[in-house]
Design a protein around this ligand. Structure first.
Ligand code: SF4
Ligand code: ZN
Length: 375
């Protein structure tokens, strides 16, 4: 006989909450989870009445729960929001096509408008094609940089004031760990709060589920009967985040509060005030936010378009300088930048779609001269 729910005392408990250890029935768990999300939205002042909010919808559990909750809480508490679904199609066969089908099913049920932006349209490169050039490693570096811009571009096209993402407490803890391990002071300083913050992009972002444990999001989706896609991306096993995740799981096994503790550490972290941070400017080629003459996406694309996919990753400053100065690279230098071996056929170009034109907020322009290569 299960113990009674510790909140209502009437129904039998259906679960023990990972976050608090309380034994709760289904209805009390759902009510507690929804109320906590509402409190996080209110306390963080995440939204203002009348705002248009683009929900980053991947079809996975986090963004599906987020979209469900925002629609429900907007009605329950009269936030006065215009909610939209915004998806990014990275072009990963067997993964994103299936998860986008889950987003479309959610769109039909919820009635929320949906807009999909794809890497092929925006950049002329799908992730599958990038991976064919690059090999198994570093794909997430490209994908992460491209996704950030893609979400901003999509949000601007839809007239959104804000982007809400489904990042949860585990994601945030992993990010804090990764940034520590990489010594990435810039990202540590930008912080891990609920938002909203301008951050690196052009449209302010917020994370309403930032304090929600991943396990509780899964439980919420299960008890609500939400339909989501749960297969891992084919490129994920090579991702550095995977190691941070494995480490976090080990820490959590010996100290259950490790997830919340790491997120808290990230929030409380203070860095020396005299640390110089990169100045925020705009990319000379595409107009996106950048701290260098070219934004990171344009640097990565430059490498891809030149057949040197590793040009924008790793420590290749000397080789980048050579290219900028018009000096030819040796075969060995080209190989270090990921050029195909001699005799290997070049990849076929994928046609670029409608979005990459000069009418768009950040239409890609051709190189105007060597000064554009000053990355
Ligand atoms: Fe992109 Fe990497 Fe995520 Fe796959 S695992 S969707 S390649 S960031
Ligand atoms: Zn750019």
């Amino acid at each position: 006989m299960p113990a009674p729910c510790s909140a209502c005392g009437a129904s039998p408990a259906a679960l023990r909450r990972p976050k608090t250890g309380h034994a709760l029935c289904r209805a009390c768990f759902l009510a507690a989870f929804e109320e906590e999300t509402h409190q996080a939205i209110v306390a963080g002042r995440l939204f203002r009445p009348g705002e248009t909010v683009a929900i980053g919808a991947s079809g996975g559990k986090d963004s599906t729960v987020l979209a469900h909750l925002l629609q429900l809480l907007d009605q329950r508490h009269s936030y006065g929001l215009h909610l939209l679904l915004l998806s990014v199609d990275e072009g990963i066969a067997g993964y994103r096509d299936a998860s986008l089908a889950a987003v479309r099913r959610h769109q039909r049920r919820s009635g929320l408008p949906l807009h999909v932006v794809s890497y092929r349209q925006l950049y002329g490169w799908s992730m599958d094609r990038i991976a064919r050039h690059l090999g198994p490693r570093n794909n997430c570096t490209f994908c992460g940089v491209f996704r950030r811009q893609a979400l901003d571009r999509g949000a601007l096209l839809m007239g959104a004031d804000k982007i809400a993402t489904g990042h949860n407490a585990d994601d945030v803890a992993e990010t804090v760990l990764m940034n520590f391990l990489r010594g990435d002071v810039g990202r540590l300083r930008r912080g891990v709060g609920t938002g909203p913050a301008g951050g690196e992009g052009a449209v302010p972002r917020c994370k309403p589920l930032r304090h929600a444990y991943e396990k509780e999001i899964v439980l919420y989706a299960y008890f609500q009967g939400l339909d989501y896609f749960s297969t891992e991306c084919v490129y994920a096993p090579q991702a550095y985040r995977g190691y941070a995740r494995a480490l976090l799981k080990e820490l959590e096994a010996v100290r259950p509060s490790a997830v919340a503790d790491l997120g808290h550490s990230g929030e409380r972290l203070s860095l020396r005030s005299d640390l110089r941070m990169p100045a925020r400017g705009t990319c000379q080629r595409c107009g996106y936010v950048a701290s260098q003459p070219l934004c990171k996406a344009c640097v990565l694309l430059e490498g891809l378009d030149r057949g040197l996919p590793k040009l924008g990753i790793g420590k290749h400053r000397r080789l980048r300088d050579k290219l900028r100065d018009g000096e030819p690279l040796t075969q060995e230098e080209r190989r270090r930048l990921g050029a195909p071996a001699e005799g290997e056929p070049p990849e076929e170009q994928e046609p670029r779609g409608e979005l990459g034109t000069d009418e768009e907020p950040w239409g890609r322009r051709e190189l105007r001269g060597p000064q554009d290569l000053d990355f």
